[in-house]
Write a protein that binds this ligand. Structure first.
Ligand code: KG4
Ligand code: ZN
Length: 339
């Protein structure tokens, strides 16, 4: 079964053709990073306008690289939430038009379900059940992935998402947007124990996170010492990154113990972070968990992960969505019923 996945929820216009929910025949991503960089974050109106420009060429390229036409497809999947309303509407409108023109079944996919199932595109992909830690620019949530389409939220951030914290701290330090990779790179040569940054919500009874206090602690440090350069900058980046990775992996292991999970999957843009990956592997192994880390290109937004989730939804007969609408705040959790 060949499914075309379309993703326009934030600042990437992406489309991919995926075979049987496992093999990406193509995976085309057009990023708007350069457009938003000068504003230090995603500007919703600019995102929508650029999706309008990019969406058809990107879909065309995805079909062409997969060496298929619309007639060779068996289904369509599109991100219908959560995300920026105007941005989501672009993908939805195109997907609905394609469904109408071709008669292909169309399903709306939750962006976070896409992230959680992106691991299915890796060679040694685990099947649910697994514990999925989804860490991106907009979300930081621990899910019990019980089966395809059945997700329970175990813990989430009470304020900033982890990626948002990376981006805001990077901005404070004069580093480019998005800030995750520059901080990760500088941290390679820094001392993670140089500055003792706080860890919030330390109680074992709580599986939630809070990153706003950490962000304020970095701000206070910068106000007291000035924006660091050279080794001091690397040390600050490493210390900040350590605080984030430590908090994320501690709750991940606690969550696994709570639900008796045996397998852990990291996903979302921040799952590309080298320290988070290393610590998740080490702490997961110590806790007797099998840890799966998607290749870095599958961590950030792409159309293939939407096609995988769409394939699973079509396979289990989720209602098709001719009257799909954007759901900017769609929360994943409980049984997924959106068509
Ligand atoms: O999943 P994603 O591409 O988009 C959202 O759905 O938000 O995640 C983007 C986020 C950004 O905040 C970016 O700074 C972060 O992922 N990120 C990283 C790294 N690469 C990307 N954060 C930490 N370390 C990285 N290496
Ligand atoms: Zn994402």
């Amino acid at each position: 079964m060949r499914v075309l996945g379309i993703e326009t929820s934030c600042d990437e216009t992406a489309a991919a053709v995926v075979l049987d929910g496992r093999v990406a025949l193509s995976d085309v991503v057009s990023t708007q990073m350069d457009i938003h960089r000068r504003w230090g974050g995603v500007v919703p109106e600019l995102a929508s306008r650029n999706h309008v420009v990019q969406v058809l060429p990107v879909i065309h390229e995805a079909l062409s690289r997969a060496q298929v036409t619309l007639a060779d497809l068996d289904g369509l999947a599109v991100t219908s939430g959560p995300g920026l309303q105007g941005a989501l509407l672009v993908g939805l409108q195109v997907a609905k038009s394609l469904a109408l023109a071709t008669g292909l079944p169309l399903v709306g996919v939750n962006h976070l379900e896409g992230h959680l199932l992106a691991i299915r595109l890796a060679a040694d992909a685990p099947e649910p059940p697994f514990l999925g830690l989804c860490v991106s620019g907009g979300h930081t949530t621990l899910y019990d992935v019980k089966a395809y389409g059945t997700y329970a939220r175990l813990g989430t951030t009470r304020d900033d998402a982890a990626g948002e914290a990376f981006d805001k701290v990077a901005r404070l330090l004069g580093l480019p947007y998005p800030g995750g990779l520059p901080i990760d790179t500088l941290a390679q040569t820094g001392d993670p124990a140089a500055i003792k940054f706080p860890r919030a919500l330390r109680s074992d009874d709580v599986l939630d996170w809070s990153f706003s206090g950490l962000k304020t602690a970095v701000l206070t440090w910068v106000q007291q010492h000035g924006v660091p350069t050279g080794q001091a900058l690397s040390d600050l980046c490493a210390s900040f990154q350590e605080a984030v990775a430590d908090a994320l992996t501690r709750k991940m292991v606690l969550g696994a113990r709570r639900v008796g999970a045996k397998t852990l999957v990291l996903c979302g843009g921040v799952a590309a972070n080298s320290r988070l990956r290393a610590l998740a592997e080490a702490r997961g192994r110590d806790a007797g968990l099998e840890v799966f880390l998607p290749p870095k290109r599958l961590c950030t937004d792409n159309g293939a992960m939407i096609a995988v989730a769409g394939f699973q939804a079509l396979a289990r007969g989720v209602p098709k969505g001719s009257n799909l609408t954007a759901d900017p705040t769609w929360r994943l959790g409980g049984v997924v019923t959106h068509g």
